[in-house]
Write a protein that binds this ligand. Structure first.
Ligand SMILES: Cc1ncc(COP(=O)(O)O)c(C=O)c1O
Length: 341
């Protein structure tokens, strides 16, 4: 089976990680980890140009997605309106209505290639203005599955709404060349109502280590610290994350590989009549739609596994998602797609 389904990292982790793992001392296994990942927070603080008190280490974004509904409930009771923009990462959507508090879904439009629009901003601000309570807005940028990105000025506009708490999943942000400037993290010094979630599972290819981080105003970080497990991440995961976040060459190289794979894929698919790309993805994920046949099952019968998006809230029928890895893997997929014409 050729596997295009996973959203997580796909390449060998940084050599610094491989070398470290080979030289691991038994003490690092035997002793307890630093329970708040002090050294890793220091390293991240230099990268994101914030204080280490603005950072909390977690067992992947999943840990934060798991506790944030509890935190919002502890802060505001059931008195919140949750707004979620779909399609989005399913666990994020599920977290947004974990406690059955008021949920409003807002849709990225297929006709607009799942891009953010002024209409969407207006709609969200209208909902917030009408609400007589706190509004928690759950966003994913770059979006999973579509790879589309929310512009920074939109985050700022939303953060300026008085009732708004912004939770932004940036699992795929490092795929952008200018990720430091286009990330919502650059607003955290100015606004105290933004929580950004990041992970080492995607471009850094460390999904098995289970490590990520939340960045926010100190007040939110203190509250998150009270809800997470005391020893939530291992010494090994913390050390690997510290090594790879310093290895800028590693992600620079992967961005080049993905850009090459994507450019080729977009160019070649334009020549195939009955399969279309659904969005202008800024990550390694690409959504595809077929006309007149079942693309997911056609590929599956040819032993090519993709992510079937049917039934995903906000995603019209007939879409699949593929994770591109390299020029070679794009080429193989294109050859299968050509055979459909
Ligand atoms: C958008 C998004 N957020 C979060 C996650 C989970 O990340 P982690 O491995 O850090 O828990 C995923 C995994 O697929 C994802 O696609």
């Amino acid at each position: 089976m050729i596997d295009y389904k996973p959203a997580e990292g796909f390449s060998k982790p940084s050599n610094d990680i491989i070398n470290y793992l080979h030289s691991l001392s038994w003490q690092e296994v035997a002793q307890l980890p630093d329970h708040r990942g002090n050294n890793l927070r220091k390293t991240i603080s230099k990268v994101v140009k914030l204080n280490k008190d603005n950072i909390c280490i977690g067992a992947g974004i999943s840990e934060f997605i798991n506790i944030l509904p509890d935190l919002m409930k502890a802060e505001f009771g059931n008195n919140t309106t949750n707004i979620v923009v779909v399609p989005t990462y399913k666990p994020l959507l599920e977290a947004s209505h974990k406690y059955d508090s008021n949920l409003v879904k807002v849709y990225l439009k297929e006709g607009n290639a799942f891009e953010w629009s002024d209409e969407l901003t207006k709609k969200i601000i209208q909902i917030m203005n009408k609400a007589d309570r706190r509004c928690v807005l759950w966003l994913c940028s770059p979006n999973n599955p579509c790879g589309t990105v929310i512009p920074l000025n939109i985050f700022e506009l939303l953060a300026n709404q008085p009732k708004c708490i912004l939770i932004i999943d940036e699992a795929f942000i490092e795929y952008l060349d200018d990720y430091i400037d286009s990330s919502a993290v650059s607003l955290i010094k100015k606004y105290n109502n933004i929580i950004v979630l990041r992970t080492f599972s995607k471009i850094y290819s460390c999904a098995g280590l289970r490590i990520g981080y939340a960045i926010s105003d100190k007040r939110w970080i203190n509250k998150i610290n009270k809800l997470i497990l005391y020893y939530n991440t291992s010494t090994i995961a913390q050390r690997c994350a510290s090594l790879v976040i310093k290895d800028t060459g590693y992600i620079n190289n992967l961005r080049i590989i993905i850009r090459e794979a994507k450019n080729f894929f977009y160019k070649e698919i334009a020549k195939i009549n009955n399969v279309k790309i659904g969005s202008n993805s800024q990550s390694n994920l690409v959504v595809l739609k077929s006309s007149g046949f079942d693309l997911y099952n056609y590929l599956l019968q040819n032993r090519v596994l993709t992510k079937d998006l049917s039934g995903l809230d906000g995603m019209p029928d007939g879409y699949i998602r593929v994770g591109l890895k390299s020029l070679k893997s794009s080429n193989i997929l294109i050859e299968f797609l050509k055979m459909t014409t």
